[in-house]
Design a binder for this molecule. Structure first.
Ligand SMILES: Cc1cc2nc3c(=O)[nH]c(=O)nc-3n(C[C@H](O)[C@H](O)[C@H](O)COP(=O)(O)OP(=O)(O)OC[C@H]3O[C@@H](n4cnc5c(N)ncnc54)[C@H](O)[C@@H]3O)c2cc1C
Ligand SMILES: NC(=O)c1ccc[n+]([C@@H]2O[C@H](COP(=O)([O-])OP(=O)(O)OC[C@H]3O[C@@H](n4cnc5c(N)ncnc54)[C@H](O)[C@@H]3O)[C@@H](O)[C@H]2O)c1
Length: 479
């Protein structure tokens, strides 16, 4: 069967759904093609189930921390792995059901199930042999985990994030590979839920951090809680009777062997472009096989093909996929009269405890900005509200431009950084100066007072404001 449409969207994830919504504002003759199942990576195996697991872990951790306040639980504290995983799956399924409901409310005629690949610039072939000839196409096929071949030695005990959320019980021990965002979020959560967990990283990476001082602070916080080697030397992985045996060099430089139930690979993701047969199109591809595209229009070259979400390999985050999808769908609808869409301030948040976040330009990017800059910082070790909550660890560094006093970006690890990062991202997008941010209200006693200290520090270094006093007198105690 061959079908002719104005717009074909490949992939019904967050980006594809966003594209569908905006494309159908221009024409009804749109098909959304999904190769596996509705529900999105975010709801099924990504953002939502991971945060559900983290929420359970945080509950356990709060109990652990209570004696520090003089609050003691004299009876048994019991983590019921079956109940934990049951809630994760139950709540996850609820989120997934809302997504499925939204897609299934769209006309049946506009939806096709099947894996699509290109035969030429306009013709798509599905895995059942049907064809779709489309005037315009949006590629929104997402990404999938990748790991080194060496991990395959773990056999059926090699798992990825998708598998974790289908566990019925919490396992006894898990080796997590990857000190990136997924590895640290899931690794810490498993550890807090009583799973023996060891984290094997590479290249010294700690989440998305590039600022060496913030990275060091984060590393110290995590290493104080669980074993984490950010550049592990693993010499062997072996599937043994009841699990996986891993040989590695430990912190003292000795060769050590440890046994785990599972090896969880969280070593990055790759764009789902390989099954699309893009070589049959005239698109120009980069070294990873991803079409070159404009991130403001989502247009691939000057073609009628648009691309959005994780498959772009650009910024693999939910809100970016949603924005990119909307822009791609709108431009596919209005092609050739394409428009640039809004791309928001760079913002990334890692939901570990302490939170890690980056806003605006990263430390790594500063030297390429062709401007002079200064760095202000606050250590949360002595910050009033953080100390009150017994969460006084971490470091926030803010970057400001010499001369203009413009806020350039920040990297941070600390308590409630998910909120501080939002404040700073909004300021970045408004192109505010450090002084303008400092003119905003700061309540007492809040963690934001720590941000104020860092902002004052950078303004002093930029010769815009005075040196910060050692004890801030207008701040209230601990400010
Ligand atoms: C464990 C984890 C935690 C995360 N946590 C967060 C978080 O807290 N915050 C955040 O912002 N981001 C988070 N993310 C990232 C976020 O989930 C992704 O950026 C987002 O889901 C990407 O959406 P997408 O539409 O590009 O891809 P997807 O939702 O994966 O959609 C792609 C769709 O394309 C389909 N498809 C693929 N190939 C074909 C084909 N050939 N034909 C037809 N269909 C095809 C797939 O089946 C899939 O349904 C997390 C990711 C993971 C894995
Ligand atoms: N809170 C959030 O917003 C959130 C949460 C989870 C995932 N995500 C998104 O999903 C993306 C993918 O996450 P990810 O953690 O898989 O990728 P990542 O790129 O963040 O981290 C991968 C890590 O694996 C390490 N690594 C590579 N090879 C290794 C090896 N052989 N042994 C040990 N470590 C190795 C790398 O050094 C890196 O730190 C993220 O970039 C992020 O955008 C976001």
């Amino acid at each position: 069967m061959t079908r002719h449409v104005d717009i074909a969207i490949i992939g019904a994830g967050t980006a594809g759904m966003g594209a569908y919504r905006t494309a159908t504002k221009h024409t009804d003759n749109v098909v959304l093609i999904e190769g596996e199942q509705y529900g999105t990576t975010c709801a099924r195996v990504g953002c939502m189930p991971s945060k559900l697991l983290i929420a359970a872990a945080d509950a356990a951790h709060e109990i652990d921390k209570a004696p520090g306040f003089g609050v003691h639980i004299d009876g048994n504290v019991r983590i019921d792995g079956r109940e934990v995983m049951d809630r994760v799956r139950r709540e996850r399924d609820r989120f997934v059901s809302f997504v499925i409901e939204a897609v299934e409310n769209w006309p049946e005629d506009n939806r096709i199930m099947g894996k699509a690949k290109f035969l030429d610039d306009h013709t798509l072939e599905l895995d059942n042999g049907d064809r779709v000839i489309a005037e315009r196409v949006v590629i929104a096929t997402g990404s999938r985990p990748v790991y080194p071949k060496q991990f395959e030695a773990a056999g059926d005990r090699l798992v990825i994030n998708d598998d974790v959320f289908d566990w019925q019980e919490l396992p006894g021990a898990v080796a997590v590979f990857g000190g990136g965002i997924i590895g640290l979020e899931l690794g810490q959560a498993l550890h807090r839920l009583g799973v023996r967990m060891r984290l094997f990283g590479k290249f010294g990476d700690v989440g998305p951090l590039s600022d060496p001082e913030v990275k060091q602070s984060a590393l110290e916080a995590f290493q104080a809680e669980f074993p984490f080697d950010p550049d592990a030397n693993v010499t062997s992985i072996e599937r043994v009777d009841d699990g996986v045996s891993i040989t590695f060099t430990d912190a003292e430089g000795r060769e050590t062997n440890e046994h785990f139930d599972y090896l969880l690979a969280a070593t990055g993701r790759r764009a789902n472009v390989d099954s699309l047969a893009l070589e049959n199109t005239s698109l120009e591809l980069d070294e990873k096989g991803i079409p070159l595209f404009d991130r403001y229009t989502m247009q691939a070259g000057d073609s009628h093909i648009f691309i959005a979400g994780d498959v772009t390999g650009d910024v693999p985050l939910l809100h970016e996929a949603a924005d990119g999808g909307r822009i791609a769908g709108d431009n596919a609808g209005r092609f050739p009269d394409i428009r640039t869409g809004l791309r928001r301030a760079p913002l990334s948040i890692m939901f570990t405890d302490p939170n890690i976040a980056t806003v605006g330009h990263s430390y790594r990017e500063l030297d390429n900005l062709q401007c002079d800059y200064a760095i202000g910082q606050v250590d949360f070790g002595g910050q009033g509200r953080s100390r009150v909550m017994l969460k006084n660890q971490g470091l926030l560094r803010v970057y400001g431009e010499y001369g203009t006093g413009l806020f350039l970006g920040a990297e941070m690890v600390g308590p409630r950084m998910e909120h501080i990062a939002h404040l700073l991202a909004w300021a970045y997008q408004q192109r505010m100066t450090i002084s303008q941010i400092l003119d905003m209200p700061f309540y007492h006693p809040v963690v934001e007072e720590g941000l104020r200290s860092a902002l004052r520090d950078v303004n002093a270094k930029l010769h815009i404001g005075p040196e910060s006093p050692r004890r801030c007198l207008d701040c209230g105690p601990g400010g």
